[in-house]
Ligand binder design. Sequence first.
Ligand SMILES: [Zn+2]
Ligand SMILES: [Zn+2]
Length: 85
Amino acid sequence: MAKLTGQCLCRSVICEVADQVVYSMKHHCSDCRRATGSAIKPFAGIAIEKLRLINGQDSLMKNGGDRAHAVHCARCGTLPYSLVG
Ligand SMILES: [Zn+2]
Ligand SMILES: [Zn+2]
């Protein structure tokens, strides 16, 4: 099965996810703009169970509650993934 890999700017957080995109969107609400520092946040929706953190478990900063949150690298601020409730 094809996998997508990603890493943050400082390379502390490395994650891998199955290439099983269910939907893709560009969101431009005020929360997405604040979280990214950009006019839009483009993202692909993939079931969270398909995500595997390869490195950086101790470098994560979770912003939000258990059901929905954004996960940033605590060192460089990159937003590698978020959980949509
Ligand atoms: Zn980082
Ligand atoms: Zn948004």
